[in-house]
Unconditional design. Sequence first.
Length: 138
Amino acid sequence: MTEFKKDDGVRFCPQCGSPSVDFSQLVGSVAQCRACDWQGRSDSLLIVPLKHDFVNGEEALVRMMGDLRSLLAGEVGVPYLRFLLKWGFVKADQQNIAGTLDRKMFSRYLAVIGQAIIKALLEERVKIDLEEHNGAAR
Ligand SMILES: [Zn+2]
């Protein structure tokens, strides 16, 4: 079985899921998140061995986020808008949603929906990889 090299993959803050982390490859070294106040050992960072052709994992993540944003900005955004309207997260006149919607607020919610989706996907991917790894070791 081929092991993933240390450099293959994207590292994420275990607290907030941000890829903006400063770390060193040295075992037991200290890592720090630039997006929140997390600090800890480099080996507690989440590492997702994503397959990508980009220069680095951070770039891959930015592109992945961009893909998801275009999804949410298109047809996929419509059911989210209905949901947000129904539960009062955004307000708009039902007779004229397009003309009265607080677009800034809607975009803000869409952005965090996107972040949460990516974070959940990556965390699940880590779990799946661990399960497969453990299964293979038996
Ligand atoms: Zn963080």
